[in-house]
Design a protein around this ligand. Structure first.
Ligand code: IPE
Ligand code: IPE
Ligand code: MG
Length: 233
């Protein structure tokens, strides 16, 4: 049933509100959210869906208070050291998309190691958008292509959608079939703007730490009833 779905993209939102509702610091929401991610990633892999991309930290999230950013980076360090192992053992290829120059050197080193250790895994791709912004991604692609035109390596007539897709961070990954955003916000927040041109969008009020495999299955069932027309009749 899920064989028509190749790629699910998720905007994991609502960690702060989940914590606030319990009188806990925002960090507690991020911690619980990280556990939800682990559970959902494993479930998606087990469903035979080829790819999961999750929005873990946006370029705009750098503007949060230093304390919160530091906590999130600490959580990330912990995940890079241990938690990713379980999904890796399931035959997952792990990729990171985003602006690496903003991240600490030790984090980038770990990310590169995990990417290289898992690069030959082809069962499932787990893609983590980290320090990611879609406009930044598209801007850097414009620059790369302009540079090539300038050097005479690229003819303007050869710039097409396929070429652009292949220059984005998500190169080689099919466009998402569906995008799920938790927490009731109904916006895209600079996520995969090019890639989601024809994705089906799902918004749920559930806060990310409460998101469950059952709700995911329910959304997948709803997806199956949608008709993707791509502009045709
Ligand atoms: C999503 O939860 C996680 C990140 C953006 C890192 P939030 O931290 O945005 O939680 P809310 O939206 O404030 O509830
Ligand atoms: C989007 O959530 C980014 C991530 C989930 C990582 P935000 O909470 O940062 O988005 P806005 O500010 O509500 O649009
Ligand atoms: Mg939020």
């Amino acid at each position: 049933m899920t064989d028509t779905i190749q790629h699910i993209a998720v905007i994991m939102d609502g960690n702060g509100r989940w914590a606030k509702a319990r009188g806990l610091p925002r960090s507690a929401g991020h911690k619980q959210g990280a556990e939800t991610l682990q559970k959902i990633a494993e479930a998606v892999a087990d469903m035979g869906i080829k790819c999961l991309t999750v929005y873990a930290f946006s370029t705009e999230n750098w503007n949060r208070p230093k304390e919160e950013v530091d906590y999130l980076m600490g959580l990330l360090r912990q995940y890079l050291k241990s938690e990713f192992k379980q999904i890796q053992e399931r035959g997952a290829r792990i990729r990171f998309i985003g602006e690496r120059q903003m991240l600490a050197d030790d984090i980038v080193e770990q990310m590169e190691k995990i990417e290289s250790d898992t690069k030959n895994n082809d069962k499932f791709t787990f893609c983590i958008a980290l320090s990611y912004g879609s406009r930044q991604e598209i801007t850097s692609t414009f620059r790369k292509l302009a540079e090539r035109v300038k050097n005479g390596q690229l003819d303007i007539d050869n710039i097409n959608e396929k070429l652009i897709s292949n220059e984005l961070y998500t190169q080689g990954i099919p466009d998402p079939d569906l995008v799920i955003r938790t927490s009731g916000e109904e916006r895209i927040s600079n996520y995969l703007l090019w890639q989601i041109a024809y994705s089906e969008l799902f918004f749920t009020k559930t806060l990310w730490p409460d998101f469950s495999v059952d709700e995911l299955k329910d959304i997948i069932n709803q997806y199956q009833t949608r008709e993707r027309r791509y502009g045709k009749v």
